[in-house]
Design a protein around this ligand. Structure first.
Ligand SMILES: Nc1nc2c(ncn2[C@@H]2O[C@H](COP(=O)(O)OP(=O)(O)OP(=O)(O)O)[C@@H](O)[C@H]2O)c(=O)[nH]1
Ligand SMILES: [Mg+2]
Length: 218
């Protein structure tokens, strides 16, 4: 599958700077968690979002890392944007956090996941990481399914030589083999977070899922 780069303008969500702090009636807050095995590219995704939404940030965001550049606790950022549904405008505050993939900090992951409205799973294309991918995905499912939290799956590091075939990744994780779900979202989003490829469209598709889920619950 070709990695597509879509423009913000083409997308269904209007992400503008016109966030209205005074209009509390239409304000919704979401929390999006980036989840996945150690060093799959969660923090790299987070950096790409921070760059892309430079003008829409409420905070500069922070990353708490160990000296090896691995996430110790979390990365955190608030994004503000406006979403229009049938002429009604909603002001959305989106809290983006990444959890650590490090096994020894498992307990902090549960804390970071608490209150998640949407989860982005970041898988690693390195074939040697397949067991870690599977384990982490199982953890995500056991958390997200009972609570009906929407999630999307990224398969990152598509640039790696010898990257696992998307079909094999799907077979290992027990995912449907077709390309998309009936609602148009991809079953697996191939990404190259280091180059920023496909990171933003994937994020926006998750936001749409979260918004639809929010209105379904109303
Ligand atoms: N080749 C390649 N490397 C990548 C890509 N995305 C991230 N990386 C590299 O993978 C390593 C780990 O990336 P991080 O974003 O820190 O991974 P993480 O999931 O936050 O890791 P933890 O916080 O330790 O769980 C870094 O060296 C990144 O530069 C990619 O698309 N391609
Ligand atoms: Mg990290």
């Amino acid at each position: 599958m070709e990695l597509e780069q879509r423009n913000l303008e083409d997308d269904k969500i209007e992400m503008s700077e016109e966030f209205d702090f005074n209009d509390s009636e239409t304000m919704i807050q979401f929390k999006i968690v980036y989840w996945g095995p150690g060093e799959s590219g969660k923090t790299t995704n987070f950096f790409r979002l921070r760059e892309k939404f430079d003008l829409l940030k409420l905070t500069r965001g922070y990353s708490i890392e160990t000296t090896e550049g691995r996430t110790l606790w979390e990365d955190s950022l608030y994004l503000l944007f406006k979403f229009t549904l049938k002429d009604i405008k909603f002001n959305i505050i989106c809290h983006v956090v990444t959890c650590t993939g490090q096994e020894r900090f498992l307990s902090t992951r549960e804390y970071v996941l608490d209150g998640a409205d949407g989860i982005m799973f970041i898988g690693d294309s390195d074939p040697e990481k397949i067991e870690q991918n599977k384990r982490s995905f199982r953890e995500l499912i056991s958390f997200a399914r009972p609570k009906k939290i929407p999630y999307l799956i990224q398969l990152n590091k598509r640039d790696l030589k010898g990257a696992i075939a998307i079909k094999d990744f799907k077979l290992h994780l027990g995912l449907p083999l077709q390309e998309k779900y009936p609602d148009g979202t991809y079953i697996v989003y191939p990404t190259e977070a280091l180059q920023g490829k496909n990171v933003i469209p994937c994020f926006q598709d998750l936001i749409l899922q979260v918004i639809f889920n929010y209105f379904k619950e109303e």
